[in-house]
Design a protein around this ligand. Structure first.
Ligand code: MN
Length: 426
């Protein structure tokens, strides 16, 4: 089935600014609470939040086989389970409804008032119930930097790294939507020279600029997913901030990996941008040497050209960009990550979230965390108001943005934002 919704000639009767992340070719999916407190599944065009539950009730999707009330839910999990051809049909239909030559909703003010809201009128929610959350570690530059900082500059990349998309199982209960503040956690840490650990609020609170993909219920327990089939089972992508407490992490991570230094909060952007919408931005990732084992080999272009930025604001200083990187720098692709994740028969379910790992590039301005940008605090970031930052301080706000752009179109992700609240007093 053709992806009609990607047609660049299409224009909508809704007003959309040229700089918008959400032209009619994007049509992401999300969950929002309306002004009357009803929570529904919707999409976004420009600065309008569109209530798909109401459009379905008004018969706008009558030609597509959909469960009744599929959009009258507070998560996308069931819709995601309906599969890629249904996602595509629904996006094509939404594109038709809002096409400037189509008057059915355009001229029906009663229906428009029921289904179309200003984005400022709605409250975005987590778009999925996340059963399992996995975080990979797939940026070679990030893994090399962290290896140099935490372990051994001579052997920064561990011997398995070029053979395995390294990952760990994270915590889904602390994943929050963009906008929810993050409280500085307490924990156990030990200075390099100290003889015993201490307990207190983290002094090294950091962000990790990542993206994540959302899966459908792809395989039954025991079955595998091949690299060249993997994207059929990926619904879409979001921005992700894997908030990290570096002092807690450095002390606890041996030998089983990240734990309390990571699982206090993970923020995601609320609109899931589908892989269909990202098709014009497919590209090749870095060449892989040594050649991966056969189960990690594929024949397609499975990387994406997505510009990514991190910006910091303090209580008295507006946002200032501190990271500029790109999703295409990732060494392992999402398709390889999903193939690896399931090669032992591990089942993947609708609404599972798979983080990319911090995405750093080669140059210092492309590093995706403060740990790398300041080299563990050695070279503080200078802010425009004269202050500096080794790590995040109370009252700071961290924002991640991401978009694809070519001469014809911009497809974006909006933002993933969170403010740091002071630690609880103990
Ligand atoms: Mn991470």
């Amino acid at each position: 089935m053709a992806i009609i919704s990607n047609d660049l000639q299409r224009k909508t009767w809704l007003e959309v600014k040229k700089s918008s992340d959400f032209p009619i070719q994007n049509i992401p999916f999300g969950v929002f609470t309306r002004p009357d407190k009803k929570t529904v599944i919707g999409t976004r065009i420009g600065d309008y939040a569109i209530d798909l539950a109401t459009l379905q009730a008004l018969d706008y999707f009558k030609d597509i086989a959909l469960d009744k009330n599929i959009f009258t839910q507070d998560s996308l999990n069931n819709f995601i389970s309906s599969g890629r051809s249904t996602w595509r049909k629904v996006r094509n239909r939404i594109s038709d409804i809002f096409l400037n030559s189509n008057t059915e909703l355009q001229n029906n003010i009663t229906h428009r008032n029921k289904a179309v809201f200003a984005i400022t009128e709605v409250e975005m929610q987590l778009p999925i119930v996340i059963g399992d959350y996995t975080d990979f570690y797939s940026s070679r530059e990030h893994a090399t930097n962290v290896g140099k900082i935490f372990r051994d500059p001579e052997n920064a990349l561990l011997p398995n790294w070029l053979h395995i998309p390294v990952g760990y199982h994270g915590r889904s209960s602390s994943i929050i939507p963009s906008g929810v503040p993050v409280r500085r956690p307490w924990g156990q840490m030990k200075n390099k020279d100290a003889t015993a650990p201490t307990f207190g609020p983290t002094a090294m609170l950091d962000y990790e600029l990542e993206m994540a993909f959302v899966t459908t219920n792809a395989n039954t327990h025991g079955d595998i997913i091949k690299v060249d089939e993997a994207e059929e089972h990926i619904f879409g992508m979001v921005l992700l901030n894997d908030w990290s407490a570096r002092d807690i992490q450095a002390w606890e991570y041996v030998p089983l990996g990240p734990f309390l230094g990571k699982n206090f909060a993970t923020s995601i952007s609320p609109w899931i941008v589908t892989l269909d919408a990202l098709q014009p931005f497919k590209t090749n990732g870095p060449s892989q040497d040594p050649t991966p084992l056969s189960y990690l080999q594929g024949n397609g272009k499975y990387s994406y050209d997505i510009h990514l930025e991190a910006h910091i604001a303090t209580e008295d200083n507006d946002f200032q960009t501190i990271t500029k990187t790109n999703f295409k720098y990732m060494y392992w692709t999402m398709a390889q990550q999903l193939a690896h994740h399931t090669i032992n028969g591990c089942p993947v379910r609708s609404g599972d979230l798979m983080g990319s790992g911090t995405i750093s590039g080669e140059t210092p301005d492309s590093f995706g965390s403060m740990l790398e940008l300041t080299w563990r605090g050695q070279n503080p970031i200078q802010l425009k108001n004269g202050q500096s930052r080794k790590f995040l301080e109370d009252g700071d706000t961290l924002k991640i943005t991401g978009y694809c752009e070519n001469d014809n179109i911009r497809i974006g992700f909006g933002e993933c934002i969170g403010k740091v609240l002071p630690a609880h007093k103990k």
